[in-house]
Design a protein. Structure first.
Length: 374
């Protein structure tokens, strides 16, 4: 414990700040030491993570300093990062009061967004100057150290929270995840690592850092909405074509990426990719170790030549010899809320009726097509 506290103090000193006192924290799955110090950007936290804790040993945050928030660092021995207490300190804005984006921050939009109870959402990314994204595996991009991403959630015309991800090391686990809750004056947002239920009286829960990791660590690529297929569109913001033209991809795609099939099939596969594929993908473990039960909703960039070759069609239709039970079960779980059966399991309290209607239409279409097969 003492060595961890000393490490946090040394970290603050290396970063140019004095650290008068250190707090030892336990947050889900982690033991941290943090000390607060001031620099020209304001109050910041130097954080050192010692090791991962088993779930049974993890407790609630013990950070008690008024006005401060306990950030969460990755469970890497002696890993160090500085987690800003305020959103204005993350580099998103050059002027927070006017919401003016910093020069190196770019807007992007995924082609197949995650359902978030109809909340308005804005997304931004900052890539290090001159750095390339390792796209040697087009399904699993490796973003360069120094990459930052933000996602803002809006309810009733004003932002409630902004989520922040920052890549600080070479491992795919070297990510900081933290959510910021906007203050009543809408002048800034403060880190809330333990999350906030029904923030601002709205039916919107700000996730804890542990909850963020449940989704973003479900496959090798943490930035789920910033990928080859998600950016393959002609809409506004940063796109796959723009990244390729600007030399940002180590191995640009040689062909256009688009989900194949008739409009209903393509839309349904895209919806499942964006809403379910983060967890249900071919890199995730099978249910209870039984490969036959694995459901795959993630569309691989290398399997888009026809509808029948997409990873989801192969998994749901071909491999089951036309038994659509997996898709039917998934559809029924989409209709669930306030139950352990609900899908998605996190981040939503309202059924996406349009999404349900889309998957119902695709299921009916598949049933009709399979019924006339010889």
């Amino acid at each position: 414990m003492r060595s961890l506290a000393l490490a946090a103090q040394r970290a603050a000193q290396r970063l140019g700040g004095a650290c008068p006192r250190t707090q030892l924290l336990t947050v889900p799955f982690l033991l941290l030491a943090a000390c607060s110090y001031a620099d020209e950007a304001g109050t910041r936290l130097a954080v050192v993570s010692d090791r991962a804790l088993p779930p049974s040993a993890a407790g609630d945050s013990a950070w008690a300093q008024a006005g401060a928030a306990a950030p969460v660092a990755p469970a890497v021995p002696e890993a160090l990062d500085v987690v800003p207490v305020l959103l204005s300190q993350t580099g998103l804005y050059s002027a927070t009061s006017t919401r003016t984006l910093a020069p190196n921050v770019q807007v992007f939009s995924p082609a197949y967004p995650l359902w978030s109870d109809a909340a308005g959402k804005l997304r931004w990314i900052s890539l290090p100057e001159g750095a390339q994204i390792d796209t040697s595996d087009m399904d699993v991009w490796k973003l360069p150290i120094g990459t930052k991403l933000w996602k803002e959630f809006e309810q009733h015309g004003h932002p409630i929270e902004t989520r922040y991800m920052a890549k600080f090391g070479p491992s795919e686990s070297d990510w900081v995840f933290i959510a910021y809750h906007w203050n009543a004056d809408q002048t800034d947002a403060i880190a809330v690592p333990d999350g906030v239920e029904d923030a601002d009286g709205a039916m919107h829960d700000i996730p804890s850092t542990a909850t963020c990791k449940q989704c973003h660590n479900s496959q090798p690529m943490a930035a789920l909405g910033f990928s080859a297929l998600q950016l393959s569109h002609a809409g506004p913001g940063l796109t796959l074509d723009a990244l390729s033209s600007n030399g940002r991809l180590s191995a640009p795609p040689t062909t256009a990426l688009a989900i194949p099939g008739d409009p209903t099939s393509a839309q349904a596969l895209g919806y499942l990719h964006g809403n379910c594929g983060g967890c249900h993908n071919d890199r995730a473990p099978s249910n209870f170790g039984v490969p036959e039960t694995k459901v795959v909703f993630w569309q691989s960039a290398g399997a888009l030549s026809s509808l029948e070759q997409t990873t989801t069609y192969v998994n749901l239709v071909t491999n089951t010899r036309g038994d659509l039970t997996r898709l039917q079960h998934g559809l029924e779980r989409m209709k669930q809320r306030e139950s352990y059966l609900q899908m998605p399991p996190l981040g939503t309290e309202v059924v996406d009726t349009e999404g349900v209607a889309l998957i119902e239409a695709w299921l009916a279409q598949l049933q009709g097509q399979l019924s006339v097969r010889p």
